[in-house]
Design a protein around this ligand. Structure first.
Ligand SMILES: [Zn+2]
Length: 83
């Protein structure tokens, strides 16, 4: 799979570390922390994911990938992603 890093361009996925679903937001307190850490949706379709370009620019990026066919429809720097 090729991932289009917004900073480096299209690179092999082996250069990246996968973090997972980008949607969950860390709760302020302890309440909801279990769900944040352990519970994830597993949708069949587009999913926003965090990837770390460990062997490149070392930026976190948010990739929109279709989980059914791995087609990537977008990638932006995570710090610029909507919250
Ligand atoms: Zn990069």
């Amino acid at each position: 799979m090729r991932i289009p890093c917004p900073y480096c361009g299209e690179r092999n996925s082996g250069e990246f570390v996968y973090r997972g679903d980008a949607a969950p937001m860390r709760p302020e307190g302890a309440e909801g922390l279990f769900d944040y850490v352990y519970l994830r949706e597993n949708p069949a379709g587009p999913l926003r994911e965090h990837w770390y370009h460990a062997q490149g620019c070392r930026n976190w990026i948010e990739v929109t990938r279709d989980t059914r066919n791995h087609v990537i429809s977008g990638a932006i720097l995570a710090r610029e992603a909507r919250r």
